[in-house]
Every structure is written in structure tokens, then in C-alpha cells.
Design a protein around this ligand. Structure first.
Ligand code: NAD
Ligand code: ZN
Ligand code: ZN
Length: 370
């Protein structure tokens, strides 16, 4: 029996999400149904709403989610009704070439990791079907997802903050520890200090970086970056940020430069900020079809690396509980990322605030299911 739920549906690019009653399918044998408690607003979903990241519509967005398991499919082991879970978009099959190599975030069947293929809908409105994003649909009271995308966590962890582990934290901290493997004493620059970039900053702090240079256009974001561990601050509106970073590093540049916005200009800045032997990591999602320009001679003779990073190169099942533990020890800041808690009906206002850009995350919260 399908369940009737409230969801925010994206029907037309550039238009506000519409709050509607929709029908959610029962979980397939390898899926779970989760009552959403916290659902963060990530910029990747705003790319879909604004059309810079095309996706089939209509769609229920929301991929930074934590909640309580309400129902498990008939084949599910190791997860029970009542468990608290953080959801992530890296659903995986466990047996393809990438999964076998331990790179579950690159699973070759990540869009259809289990019994249900991507094209088989889970959400309906009347006769029409509605898609999700990366196997999730967290701007709703409940969602159905593949077992591999739901990671059980300590029930003591507050779910409105646990939600942010599912994208902002894993992408930001994960990139630093799994992809860049920043070592104590190295230098970092972080271009774009939003929800994800602030987590790059704190990942670099956890890794023991010597200098963490925060770059943003907003003074409020630079101030927040200081709380997350940044040691130096560059307002990109006040001149060329590449020159500023070179100036702060004796002309050398940084060992690791992270782009966390999704623009051509700042992606190229990241490469120019990287020192000889250093690397630039592109986290921000660039519009499809957009090509970057790489200065050939500098790149080759400077022995530089350019690296794209998907979902923090993270195996969720091991990293999510690790982030919960760090939060509980007071070493990972998440409370400070939550600028406001909002209702599902306020999702469009939350995204208007992201377009302005002066605060970190808005998080939709629902009462925990009984
Ligand atoms: N690679 C991945 O797996 C992955 C995962 C999650 C998010 N993302 C992407 O990461 C990017 C950041 O997401 P977010 O949720 O943190 O966004 P956000 O809107 O919260 O943060 C973006 C920040 O960039 C700043 N900014 C904008 N233009 C700038 C400029 N020219 N120079 C310096 N700073 C500038 C803004 O002030 C803001 O603080 C998005 O493109 C998102 O799609 C990628
Ligand atoms: Zn995201
Ligand atoms: Zn796989």
C-alpha cells in the first residue's frame, strides 16, 4: 500500500518548489523506508532548480538527510525499524569493479544499485511519476532508498545535525582526508566557504594543516571559516584572490587548493593557487559542457595535479559513523553550520537565502516519528 506524504516537488526550472501530497511506494526487498527528521539544503539541488545542472523533472530533491527507519524490505539484514540513519547519494551494488576495489562512491550501478532500476519510480502523483536525486528524495516527510544508502548511526546523535553528514560534511572533510590526504604542516586554500567549503576548512584543521586560507565574497562566511579553523582570510571581492594567496605564501602557492563553488573562474584560480608539486581539487559542480582552461607549461613543469572529487571519495558505511564520533567528541563542528531550522513549506525561502549567500545551511526539520 503506497503511503501518502507531503513533498516539495520541482516541476519547472526556475520556479519555486511546490508543496504537494504525493504517493510513496512500499520499499522493494532491498530498500528501506525512512521517516525524515532533518533535510539540509545543498547547493547541488539549487543547481537543479536554477537549471545549471539539468535533471529529469518533476523531481523531489533533497539529498542531505537523516531520519528513522520505518519499514525494511524483505531481504534487509543489519538494519531494523527504529534505527537512526544518515542517508547519502552513494548507493552501491557492492560487486561491480569499483565497489570491489573499495570505491563505492563510483559504483558503476550507482543509479540502479539493487532490484529497482533508476527508471522505476518510487513516487507518484495521480498517474504521473516523480523522480528523486541520487536515489534520495529528502524534501519530503518520508523517503524510500536502497539499503546501501542508509547508514545506521548512534541514536544519541541529533538527527537535524546528522543530516549534514550526508553531503556537506562527507564531501568537505572527506575530500581532505580521502582524496587530498592532507598531511600535518601542509598548506591549503579553500575557495568558497559555504556548507561544503566550511567542511573542507575543518577537514584541513583536523588533518593538521599549517595554513588554511579561506576565500569567499562574503565577510560573514570568512568569519565562520575562522571558527572552523581557517588561519588566513581573503575577500575575493577585494582584488585578485590568486595574488592574495601567492602573497600569503611567499609566492609559492599552497600544497592543496580546493574549489567549492562550481565556477570556471574559481576552478582556474584553484589551479593557479597550487604550488609546484601541489594540487587543485574541484568539488563545485560545473555546468555540463563547460570546459576549463589549464595553462599547459605551468601545469607540466610545475608538476601539478588537477583532481575532481565526487562525494569526498568516501565509503559512507565507515566514514559516517566516524564523523558522528568526531562530532560527539567536540572535534567536528556541525551545530555552527546550521543557520536556521525551517519547515518543508519554507524550502523556497531557504534557497533564496542560499542565492544571497551570507549564511551556511538551512535545515528542514520534521518531528521524529513515534
Ligand atoms: N563534488 C561533490 O560531490 C559535491 C557534493 C556537494 C556539493 N557539491 C557542490 O559544491 C558547491 C558548493 O556547495 P555548497 O552547498 O557549499 O554551496 P553554498 O552556496 O553554501 O556555498 C558557496 C560559497 O561560495 C561563495 N562564492 C560564490 N562565488 C564566489 C566567488 N566568485 N569567489 C569566492 N567565493 C564565492 C559564496 O559566498 C558561498 O559562501 C556546489 O557547486 C555544489 O553543487 C559538490
Ligand atoms: Zn549536496
Ligand atoms: Zn558497484
Amino acid at each position: 500500500m503506497p503511503t501518502e506524504i507531503q513533498a516539495a516537488v520541482c516541476r519547472t526550472v526556475g520556479e519555486p518548489l511546490e508543496i504537494e501530497s504525493v504517493e510513496l511506494d512500499d520499499p522493494a526487498p532491498d530498500e528501506v523506508r525512512v521517516g525524515v527528521v532533518g533535510s539540509g539544503l545543498c547547493h547541488s539541488d539549487l543547481h537543479v532548480i536554477d537549471g545549471s545542472l539539468p535533471a529529469p523533472l518533476p523531481v523531489v530533491l533533497g539529498h542531505e538527510v537523516a531520519g528513522v527507519v520505518l519499514e525494511v524490505g524483505s531481504q534487509i539484514q543489519g538494519i531494523d525499524v527504529g534505527d537512526h540513519v544518515v542517508a547519502g547519494i552513494s548507493a552501491h551494488c557492492g560487486s561491480c569493479r569499483c565497489c570491489a576495489a573499495g570505491k563505492t562512491w563510483l559504483c558503476e550501478r550507482r543509479f540502479s544499485p539493487g532490484l529497482r532500476s533508476e527508471t522505476q519510480p518510487k513516487i507518484r502523483a495521480g498517474d504521473a511519476t516523480i523522480g528523486g536525486i541520487g536515489g534520495l528524495s529528502g524534501f519530503a516527510e518520508q523517503m524510500v532508498l536502497h539499503r546501501s544508502a542508509a547508514v545506521p548511526i548512534d541514536p544519541e546523535m541529533p538527527l537535524d545535525r546528522a543530516a549534514l553528514i550526508g553531503c556537506a560534511v562527507v564531501t568537505g572533510v572527506g575530500t581532505v582526508i580521502n582524496a587530498a590526504r592532507v598531511r600535518p604542516g601542509e598548506t591549503c586554500a579553500v575557495i568558497g566557504c559555504g556548507g561544503v567549503g566550511l567542511n573542507v576548512v575543518q577537514g584541513a584543521r583536523l588533518a593538521g594543516a599549517e595554513r588554511i586560507i579561506a576565500v569567499d565574497l562574503q565577510a560573514s562566511k570568512l568569519e565562520l571559516a575562522g571558527r572552523f579553523g581557517a588561519t588566513d582570510f581573503v575577500n575575493a571581492g577585494g582584488g585578485d584572490p590568486v595574488e592574495a594567496v601567492l602573497g600569503l605564501t611567499g609566492g609559492r602557492g599552497v600544497d592543496h587548493a580546493f574549489e567549492v563553488i562550481g565556477l570556471k573562474s574559481t576552478s582556474e584560480q584553484a589551479l593557479s593557487m597550487a604550488s609546484d608539486g601541489g594540487a587543485a581539487y574541484l568539488i563545485g559542480v560545473l555546468p555540463p559542457g563547460l570546459a576549463l582552461e589549464v595553462p599547459g607549461t605551468e601545469f607540466v613543469l610545475g608538476n601539478k595535479t588537477l583532481c575532481g572529487v565526487r562525494m569526498g571519495s568516501s565509503n559512507m558505511a565507515s566514514d559516517f559513523p566516524y564523523f558522528v564520533e568526531l562530532y560527539q567528541q567536540g572535534r567536528l563542528l556541525i551545530d555552527e553550520l546550521v543557520a536556521e531550522r525551517i519547515t518543508l513549506a519554507q524550502v523556497n525561502e531557504g534557497y533564496d537565502k542560499m542565492r544571497i549567500g551570507d549564511q551556511a545551511r538551512s535545515v528542514i526539520t520534521f518531528d521524529p516519528p513515534n
